[in-house]
Design a protein around this ligand. Structure first.
Ligand code: KG4
Ligand code: ZN
Length: 336
């Protein structure tokens, strides 16, 4: 029998300090997340300097908790995986410095992980038999992409946003309608009993392309809110939230269907924070039945940033021999 491989995964690219231990890339032994969201809420978004400082306080206790919960010592870990981009540079540097320190002092290999590979890998933790190739709709606060996942480390972007990410477009409007930060989960909740057809927004479709554009949709939402305000009216919150999310979901799903038709690949995963969205999940489910493709989501807790997804992606890099030196630097705009 082959020896089990244990990866410690560290994530600090935005406002979650997270660390996990994962066995053989698929089984979570611990997954500790220290979220800073409450501290950023009063500023309406992530303040990079505050994020970096809070990561410094949280990173070592988070690592210790992850090892304790897994019941392992650092000596029993095979490699330390860490997000080195994309993300906020100061925030990334904290997790990276911690990972380098642990790897160096305990003489373990260091494996740098692309955060977006991590989001995709969250699916391997939830679907034990899932293997590439598949298509992945990767939608988060900073990214909206349709990715052709050819192999665990070999991916091609088939379409991406030309302006705002889907999560950014949701967070911005959530803030304007008074829901606060982080807007995605709050908007999701607010829209639950709403009418998806109550408000209409503009469409932006690129001809012969799987690219997205969300800034026009965001502007059309802002214009409607302004017009209502000028008339002394307020939107029906649940209807506005439901219609807006339904509209964004339909833009995303439209390109997923196109990608399935273009590639002939009938296996589709969702990844990233926005893949937790109930409007998107419902539409993807309905569409997958109609268009006959299989769909996979990460569990809700694994959609947003976490250490387990980094440990899983790190495992697949580790087994193909990827090792990084102590000179590994943060790459804030690292591409897929
Ligand atoms: O993947 P993630 O945790 O961080 C990035 O890598 O960006 O994604 C965060 C984004 C935020 O825009 C957040 O509002 C959004 O995911 N999000 C959601 C939901 N949960 C998180 N958006 C819509 N509905 C949700 N339920
Ligand atoms: Zn993320």
């Amino acid at each position: 029998m082959e020896k089990d491989i244990y990866i410690l995964g560290i994530e600090s690219s935005c406002d979650e300090t997270a660390c996990a231990v994962v066995r053989n890339g698929r089984e979570i032994l611990s997954n500790i997340i220290a979220s800073q969201a409450d501290f950023h809420e009063r500023f309406g978004g992530v303040v990079p300097e505050i994020a970096s400082r809070m990561h410094v306080d949280a990173v070592y206790p988070t690592v210790r908790d992850a090892l304790d919960k897994a019941g392992l010592s650092i000596d029993e870990i095979d490699a330390v995986a860490v997000t080195y981009g994309p993300g906020l540079v100061g925030a990334l540097l904290v997790g990276l410095s911690c990972a380098k320190g642990i790897a160096y002092s305990s003489n373990k290999p260091l494996v740098g992980v692309n955060h977006m590979h991590g989001h995709i890998a969250a699916n391997y933790l939830c679907h034990k038999d899932l293997e590439p190739p598949f298509l992945c709709l990767s939608v988060s606060g900073g990214h909206s992409e349709i990715v052709y996942v050819k192999d665990y480390s070999d991916m091609e972007i088939l379409g991406s946003t030309r302006d705002d990410a889907a999560g950014e477009a949701i967070d911005k409007i959530a803030r304007v309608i008074g829901l606060g930060y982080p807007g995605g989960p709050k908007m999701d909740k607010a829209g639950q009993s709403g009418d998806i057809n109550a408000y209409k927004f503009s469409h932006t479709h690129m001809k012969d392309s799987l690219d997205f554009s969300f800034s026009g949709i965001k502007t059309s939402a802002l214009n409607q809110l302004n017009e209502l305000k000028m008339r002394g009216e307020v939107p029906v919150l649940s209807d506005f939230a439901a219609s807006y999310q339904h509209h964004i979901a339909s833009e995303l799903v439209r390109n997923v269907v196109l990608a399935v038709k273009m590639t002939g690949i009938r296996k589709v995963c969702l990844a990233g924070g926005v893949s937790a969205n109930s409007f998107l999940r419902k539409m993807v489910d309905e569409t997958s039945q109609k268009e006959k493709f299989d769909v996979y989501y990460p569990d809700l807790k694994l959609c947003t940033d976490n250490g387990a997804m980094i440990a899983s992606a790190g495992y697949f890099e580790y087994i193909r021999g990827v090792r990084h030196g102590i000179d590994l630097n943060a790459v804030p705009s690292l591409s897929l």
